[in-house]
Design a protein around this ligand. Structure first.
Ligand SMILES: [Mg+2]
Length: 252
């Protein structure tokens, strides 16, 4: 993994800013700090200001694990061209089937997990998020959740995250599928994707040099992303850089 903001990668960003590019972002942990109360998550004022500007200069997408309506409500005044929710599946095909599968999974999981303290089942209509942030014994909570999901009658895709286990319909498109769809819809030659968590690896693993620049917030040995940013202050620095590069192009 290379540090995206180090001077030797200036050319990488300049090329991106000068090409027909789609910029795509995860939300929690990427544009907004992760907070204990997930309903309170929002962009910091500085990030929000920069993001509004970036969205006025580039076609932008937000691809989040939240439901589409939930994440849309958190984007403020930014003119985000594409907002995709539920880990890449919303909007999309087969939503009725996914909804039915998730309703069944939820009923079953609520029964199985009723006796375990500190687990919250978040129903996002087309996927579930089983949060164990409030649990005293997090390791135990996680393995209880995983066992319950494995025992479901319908096979589900499990995506673990930061103190959360996401349960997604097996055949649903993931964030990687969504990114490819959007790049095509936008007729973009290339894309940048910025994320921070396990579900973002579906994009990072696409491995399309020249057509996709993958960036992770936080350096990690196990990630497939090509580049990293150290923290969210660097997310702001990246946004500022993208703004100034494109403004230079417009002036030229
Ligand atoms: Mg995230």
């Amino acid at each position: 993994m290379k540090h995206l903001l180090s001077p030797e990668n200036d050319e990488v960003l300049a090329q991106l800013a000068w090409s027909r590019v789609l910029l795509a972002f995860d939300f929690d942990g990427t544009l907004a700090p992760i907070v204990a109360d997930r309903d309170a998550a929002r962009m910091r004022a500085r990030t929000s200001e920069l993001f509004i500007k970036v969205c006025s200069l580039y076609p932008c997408a937000v691809i989040s694990g939240r439901s589409q309506s939930d994440v849309s409500a958190r984007l403020g005044a930014a003119a985000v061209k594409y907002v995709v929710g539920n880990h890449g599946l919303e909007p999309g095909a087969s939503l009725d089937e996914f909804e039915a599968e998730i309703a069944e999974a939820r009923a079953s999981l609520e029964r199985t997990l009723a006796g375990t303290a500190g687990i919250d089942v978040e129903d996002k209509r087309y996927s579930l998020a089983l949060h164990y942030r409030r649990s005293r014994n997090k390791r135990q909570a996680r393995s209880t959740i995983l066992a319950a999901v494995t025992a479901l009658p319908v096979q589900m895709r499990v995506v673990t995250g930061k103190l959360v286990v996401n349960v997604v319909p097996e055949r649903a498109p993931n964030k990687g599928d969504a990114l490819l769809e959007l790049r095509k819809a936008e007729q973009a030659d290339t894309a940048l994707y910025l994320g921070d968590d396990v579900t973002d690896e579906d994009v990072f693993e696409l491995d399309q040099p020249g057509r996709l620049l993958t960036v992770r917030v936080g350096e990690s040995r196990s990630s497939a992303a090509a580049y990293f940013l150290r923290d969210q202050n660097e997310t702001d620095r990246l946004l500022a850089k993208l703004i100034s590069l494109r403004e230079k192009r417009t002036a030229a």
